[in-house]
Design a protein around this ligand. Structure first.
Ligand code: 5AD
Ligand code: SF4
Length: 442
């Protein structure tokens, strides 16, 4: 039996795609290899969202060449494959397949051709493709990534995704529910619905709120999350469905990108600072205890000190529970690269702003987390903690990481804990003692 090893970079959508590819190849007779040096086929599923994501992949391809079996097939998939296509084949003689996000159905055939020495780059978009008939081979033990939408119809000017993942298309509600029911049958209790602007999901008659209700009603599903939404697609009906569906967790990852109206406009985010603030207020009013995380880009072309101050002040005002922060990275072919060259900021300015933002984000998260020590949470135990020491890593509904002693629970268990301490970002938790039976009088 030939074996395949897949390495994944980038977002959860890529993780889900890797699981689909593995499933497809397993169905075609491949065993899953745990290491690249043992595999007959090595696939690197790539991200193109920032320059440094691509640099990492290029470095990794060089390393892999040294580890791989001499006759192993090397394939590059995902967003960087889509973006570079034939250019990747030209640049690296060891790579024999380059397959973009809509081409995974052909993988077994492409690998067969590669064995016969044919190299190929497949970068066509396929608006019908949802891989509905693929049986995903899941990496994670307790939660399932469920793609519900592929591609993106927004055109944020910094973003490569519309070019690497193509136009937006929503997967059918019945297909989503079938997959959710099947993971629930396998004993998974949490699902994460994935889409580039996931809350714009629609099948023409039903909206994302309907999808949330339907997923939340599947037997055995205790937690529903989704990522990433766009602020403009949080209609009242979607927010009402979140509030009214008990399985939907009290956490939203709501990309803000900037707090300056001028920058938001140049980014073509299609909302203003006030619009973002209003979205947060509506979500918080509907969902008590909601935790909010975000993505922020610093150093977008033309960002002034005053613009950056606006980002800092909105960060403070919203009070994010966490934030992913990025330095702007110019991506070939995106509209932002056509802005006047004199708007590009010096590295030192970007670095300085980035450091200041990270400090602020951490301080705010810490302050919010410190206040939560002593509170109770239901946590789902996800995996062994990386730091070891007989600890398990669990997660609360509001997306806080809580370390618990491994003797109190097993992976996949739900547990009621009291938060006993915080590093500022993660927590320790102790199980809430089951109430002792009252002594029997007499
Ligand atoms: N430069 C920097 N950050 C980017 N992101 C997307 N494109 C770029 C870019 N060109 C960030 C955004 C997005 C997250 C996934 O990556 O913040 O929400
Ligand atoms: Fe995911 Fe975007 Fe990276 Fe593609 S470019 S892997 S969609 S984060």
């Amino acid at each position: 039996m030939p074996s395949v090893y897949i390495e994944t970079y980038g977002c959860q959508m890529n993780v889900a795609d890797s699981e689909l590819m593995l499933g497809k190849l397993a169905a075609a007779g491949y065993a899953v290899a745990a290491r690249p040096d043992a595999a007959d086929v090595v696939i690197v599923n790539t991200c193109a969202v920032r320059e440094n994501a691509e640099q990492r992949v290029i470095g990794r391809l060089t390393d892999l060449r040294r580890f791989m079996k001499p006759d192993a097939i090397l394939g590059v998939t995902g967003c960087m494959a889509q973006r570079l296509g034939n250019r990747l084949l030209d640049a690296d003689a060891r790579v024999s397949l380059v397959v973009g996000p809509d081409g995974y159905r052909a993988l077994p055939d492409l690998i067969d051709s590669a064995r016969r020495g044919e190299r190929a780059a497949v970068t066509r978009f396929d608006l019908e493709e949802h891989y509905d008939d693929f049986e995903a081979r899941r990496f994670a033990g307790v939660k399932a990534w469920i793609p519900v939408q592929r591609g993106c119809d927004y055109r944020c000017t910094y973003c490569i995704v519309p070019y690497t993942r193509g136009p937006e298309r929503s997967r059918g509600l019945d297909e989503v529910i079938r997959e959710v029911a099947s993971v629930a049958e396998q004993g998974l209790t949490e699902v994460v619905l994935l889409g580039q602007t996931v809350n714009s999901w629609t099948d023409g008659t039903r909206d994302f709120g309907d999808l949330l209700r339907a997923v939340g009603a599947v037997d055995g599903i205790r937690r529903v999350r989704f990522t990433s939404p766009h602020p403009n697609d949080f209609t009242d009906s979607v927010i009402a469905a979140m509030a009214g569906t008990p399985a939907v967790c009290e956490h939203v990852h709501l990309p803000m990108q900037s707090g300056s109206d001028a920058v938001l406009k140049r980014m073509l985010r299609r909302y203003t600072r006030d619009g973002y603030r209003d979205c947060v207020a509506r979500l918080r009013a509907a969902i008590p205890g909601l935790s909010i995380t975000t993505d922020i880009i610093v150093g977008f072309p033309g960002e002034t000190d005053a613009d950056f101050d606006d980002t800092m002040s909105l960060v403070r005002e919203v009070g994010f529970d966490d934030a992913f922060t990025f330095k702007f990275s110019a991506r070939e072919g995106t509209p932002a690269t056509r802005l006047p060259a004199d708007l590009t900021l010096p590295h030192e300015v970007v670095d300085e702003r980035y450091e200041a933002l990270v400090r602020e984000v951490r301080a705010i998260a810490r302050a919010r987390n410190v206040q939560r020590v002593g509170e109770r949470r239901e946590v789902l135990v996800e995996k062994e903690a990386r730091k070891g020491g007989h600890l398990l890593q669990a997660r609360s509904r509001d997306f806080r990481t809580v370390l618990v002693p491994d003797r109190v629970a097993a992976i996949g268990d739900y547990l009621d804990v009291v938060l006993t301490g915080t590093t500022g970002s993660t927590f320790t938790g102790a199980p809430v003692a089951a109430r002792a039976p009252l002594p029997v009088a007499g």
